[in-house]
Ligand binder design. Sequence first.
Ligand code: IDP
Length: 139
Amino acid sequence: MATNRTFTMIKPDAVANGHTGAILDDIIKGGFKVIALKYTRLSKDIAGQFYAVHSERPFYNDLVDFMSSGPIVAAILEKDNAVEDFRKLIGATDPSKAEPGTIRNKYAKSIDANAIHGSDSDENAQIEGSFFFTAFERF
Ligand code: IDP
């Protein structure tokens, strides 16, 4: 059964371009409640751990460099059917293929600098939320 939480990161490109407020507004207007929120910057080591599942992919090193290139905003979000509904709200990985009105369609420039992350399963939402937030921060 689907859980009601997902995990997101507003990526360095979107934070640097001043889109944090607009993206959080889209998320809240999309019906998500912000359960935990953090502005931080990932080291290469932490970014590498977060994306370890992609370590064999050709874009892994570029992804780790990009994700550690500037501040990010991490959040845990709550809504019925959170994981699936949030993936719809952010749109396709490649922003040129993202539906009009989605966050990636509006704020992302390329497949590597694509503005936002959204967990792809309930299991990963739990793992990723716990990676960024202590139990005390994600009550
Ligand atoms: P997702 O973020 O939409 O779930 P994934 O396939 O899990 O997409 O890839 C994780 C991240 O890796 C993407 O958001 C994007 O930043 C980057 N990425 C994925 N595919 C490519 C690619 O072909 N070239 C460069 N970067 C990519």
